[in-house]
Ligand binder design. Structure first.
Ligand code: ADP
Length: 432
């Protein structure tokens, strides 16, 4: 192939077009001037693209008046052209089945259906909704990308954190033009830190849901592979995928496992170094147009490699505090929303008695109380009572101590000495 391409004369008017979905698997020798020297990336279509594709595939189809293609385009994140074609086909099949049932049509009869009756065949919005349940978006088919479904109101308390996230992540993802008009680059990345189980993952998911972005979650320790070069490759793939399905939030949980301060652990034959430098390269290469946003989370921020927290990389840090009394009350409400509660259950009292408990601790208490109710009633329908909560409480211990909070406070002080933007408004370093 190389020899033939090199032998091609420009005057021969022959153009070679090649296609792949695995650009990295191609011999680099092919991607040189004189050979394949132009590359066009065809991305997963955006909303407008999806609308146009849907219009093309529904041309001539008997759409009912309630079918709103724009709405369908808006709701089909991650669908590629082939998925949309399949979606229309599935909707047509639904409509056809409904039609056959409704008019009692004998499909085996050799008689053609009368033109008059055929007029009544139409595809409704409901058919598209049903079809969407069958046809899943292929850009999201790999384990990696999810469509998050955590909403702001699934998270109790943390109002200041939510507000900051909205401004920092939701705005750039939703309104990139506004930033461009003002001549500023939106931030690329943010570090959330704070005690475990206090909602960092929930927050990252909620901000992705609310900005209608995709979500790629990476757990630090899981990304590391013992095979040479494998971890770096995974990091590259994560960023590549994120760009393909942009707007996208990449969430690195337990980032301290991927990017520990260099020199902290020796004896892994440079693997850590290579992983960190790959991560930094990807961060630097990310053009901040608000399309891909990185959220990293850790409960050991002091272990991080300082090169990660630099302007142009992850240059904002935001403390996610443990829930105070009010927040705990809300968290109890969130986690008992779908439970049948007895009238005597006093959430205020529960919130008052759970100082030092994290959101995850509270979620566990609610689960345990409901389990206890089931045990008590021998699996018969029953309500969760104060006694059940007492039982759950008596077996639970708070996971957050004042020492832990002092440690985060120290970290904040050390950050303020650097060119890192410490987002204000969430400092809350006492157990209340
Ligand atoms: P982190 O990432 O900070 O370790 P997570 O966000 O994974 O914590 O929280 C773990 C679980 O604890 C969540 O799935 C949720 O059930 C519960 N939880 C934590 N914080 C809250 C909160 N503020 N509101 C509601 N539930 C919470």
């Amino acid at each position: 192939l190389l020899a033939l391409m090199d032998g091609l004369q420009p005057r021969e008017n022959v153009i070679v077009i090649a296609a792949t979905n695995r650009i990295d698997a191609i011999d680099p020798a092919l991607r040189r001037p004189g050979r394949f020297d132009r590359e066009i990336e065809l991305r997963v279509p955006d909303e407008r693209g999806r609308y146009e594709i849907l219009r093309i595939h529904t041309r001539g189809a008997p759409l009912a008046s309630d079918v709103d293609l724009r709405k369908i385009a808006n709701e089909t994140y991650g669908y590629v052209g082939a998925d949309l074609a399949a979606l229309v086909r599935a909707a047509e099949m639904h409509a056809l089945r409904r039609f056959i049932r409704k008019y009692n049509i004998d499909v085996r009869s050799p008689e053609p259906i009368s033109a008059e009756l055929l007029q009544k065949l139409e595809i409704t919005m409901e058919d598209f909704k049903d079809a969407m349940k069958e046809i899943r978006p292929s850009a999201l088919r790999e384990v990696l990308v999810e469509i998050p479904n955590v909403r702001w109101n699934d998270i109790g308390g943390l109002d200041n954190v939510k507000r900051a996230l909205r401004e920092m992540v939701e705005w750039p993802l939703k309104y990139p033009d506004a930033f461009e008009r003002m001549g500023i680059d939106p931030p690329k990345g943010l570090l959330l830190y704070g005690p475990p189980g206090c909602g960092k993952t929930l927050l990252a998911k909620a901000v992705a849901t609310e900005s209608k972005a995709n979500f790629i979650g990476v757990k630090g320790p899981e990304l590391l592979s013992k095979w040479y070069g494998e971890s770096e490759k995974r990091i590259r793939e994560v960023f590549l995928k994120a760009r393909q399905v942009a707007p996208c939030v990449i969430f690195f949980d337990e980032i301290d496992a991927i990017a520990p301060r260099r020199g902290l652990y020796s004896g892994d034959s440079g693997a850590t170094e290579r992983v960190i430098s790959q991560l930094l390269t990807e961060l630097d290469g990310l053009i901040s147009r608000g399309e891909v946003f990185i959220i990293a989370a850790t409960n050991r921020p002091d272990l991080l490699d300082p090169a990660l927290l630099r302007p142009g990389r992850i240059d904002r840090v935001l403390y996610v505090p443990p829930p105070d009394f009010r927040a705990r009350l809300e968290i109890f409400k969130v986690h008992t929303r779908r439970m049948p509660l007895a009238e005597d259950v006093d959430m205020t009292e529960l919130a008052r008695r759970t100082k030092g408990f994290s959101g995850a601790d509270i979620a566990a208490i609610c689960r345990e109380a409901a389990m206890q109710a089931l045990r008590r009633s021998n699996l018969k329908p029953t309500k969760v009572t104060t006694e059940d909560f007492e039982y759950a409480l008596s077996n639970a211990r708070p996971s957050i101590s004042q020492e832990i909070l002092n440690y985060y406070k120290e970290f904040e002080t050390s950050m303020k000495k650097q060119t890192i933007q410490v987002i204000r408004g969430t400092e809350h370093y006492e157990l209340t």
